[in-house]
Design a protein around this ligand. Structure first.
Ligand code: NDP
Length: 333
């Protein structure tokens, strides 16, 4: 209830761009007021995503300083803003895609908030949301993958990578994943990759060509970016799609379009947020994703839950390729 909402909270702000040293854990940030169409969420768990590091580093510009990082959380609705809040009520357990989630409380646009199904544990809900929706929209809309298709997934043991493996397996695709260690290879295989390449030991292009009868793959899902872009193009089949959806190794270099003619290839650069612009799109994809998780009893791999005050360590681990699956933050600590 309103009476139990404090006026200040813990949260992490940046006042400038830089390395993890610019992350400032504060204990006296004002609790935000939900504006029209917003709900105030008391966060239980906060998802860590690579995009948080881009806003920190400046690769993506922060809208203002000071700026609270974060894009994803799970928690309880504690206050409603005015106007349409899509039927949400105080006390609802929800997941949210919102700015400002590295904090105890987030004022989130209700249009991007969904009730957590009773069958889903809070950690599963938040571990599914941003990365699961990304994987789902990529294989549906960026390149619609069909049963029997050969596809390549870079960083297959990562957060988004494991989701791609699970969802592509359900489609019945032939999934070639890449990862840097044998431990990561095992996790991606468990998530659903049908073939794994440890790229620290094996040449990716040769192996892809061997597995595909020298044809290459019809789609590459590449969230690694700069260091894999050329390789991804090399692994494509004729008429294949290179879906470049991230910059874990840095932003890819500019592309000379004529390079695509060798295979009549497509290159695409999608972002989740532009696939879920309307409430209908967001709700449709979240419902489909959660139905899948419930039906398959999917247990997304959670690498670690860090204290919010340790978010610098979490980001360093993510950027340092030390992690697998999902990283969470506990905003109460
Ligand atoms: P991951 O858990 O996948 O972590 C990144 C992984 O990338 C690492 O574990 C590592 O796996 C691999 N990698 C390869 N080279 C590097 C490098 N130089 N530095 C760091 N990592 C490297 O992170 P996320 O799932 O959060 O994100 C994956 C990618 O997807 C990111 O680029 C992110 O921006 C993008 N993304 C895009 C979205 C969109 O809407 N377009 C939405 C969500 C994510 P390994 O050791 O096996 O190589």
């Amino acid at each position: 209830t309103m009476a139990s909402i404090p006026s200040t909270m813990k949260g992490v702000i940046i006042e400038k761009n830089g390395g993890t040293e610019v992350l400032q854990h504060k204990t006296d940030l004002p609790v935000p007021q939900p504006k029209e169409g917003q709900v105030l969420i008391h966060n239980d768990f906060v998802g860590v995503n690579f995009i948080d590091t881009y806003f920190r580093s400046g690769l993506y510009p922060a809208p203002q300083f000071p700026y609270i990082l974060g894009r994803e959380s799970e928690g309880t609705v504690v206050k409603l803003g005015s106007g349409d809040v899509y039927g949400l009520k105080e006390g609802d357990k929800v997941v949210a895609l919102s700015e400002g989630t590295y904090a105890e409380y987030t004022a989130a646009n209700a249009a991007k908030v969904m009730k957590l199904p009773e069958q889903l544990a809070p950690k599963v809900g938040v571990a599914s949301l941003l990365q699961g929706l990304t994987a789902l929209t990529l294989i549906r809309e960026a390149h619609h993958v069909n049963k029997g298709d050969w596809v390549l997934v870079h960083a297959a043991a990562g957060g988004t990578g494991q989701w791609l493996c699970s969802l592509l397996k359900a489609v019945g695709a032939n999934i070639i994943g890449t990862a840097s260690t044998s431990e990561k290879v095992a996790l991606a295989s468990k998530a659903g990759a049908t073939h794994m390449i440890n790229y620290s030991e094996v040449d990716v292009k040769s192996k892809v060509m061997e597995l595909t009868d020298n044809k290459g793959v019809i789609a590459v899902f590449d969230g690694v970016g700069k260091s894999t872009f050329d390789l991804s193009l090399d692994c494509l089949a004729r008429k294949g799609s290179l879906i470049s959806f991230g910059n874990a190794s840095g932003a890819p270099d500019p592309l000379t379009i004529s390079r695509l003619s060798a295979k009549n290839a497509r290159v695409m650069r999608p972002t989740l947020f532009n696939y879920i612009v309307t409430r209908e799109e967001f709700e449709g994809y979240v419902n489909e994703l959660f139905d899948f998780v419930i039906k398959e009893k999917l247990d997304p791999h959670i690498f670690k839950t860090y204290a919010l005050s340790d978010c610098a360590q979490a980001q360093q681990d993510l950027e340092g390729r030390k992690t697998t699956g999902k990283l969470l933050l506990d905003p109460s600590k």
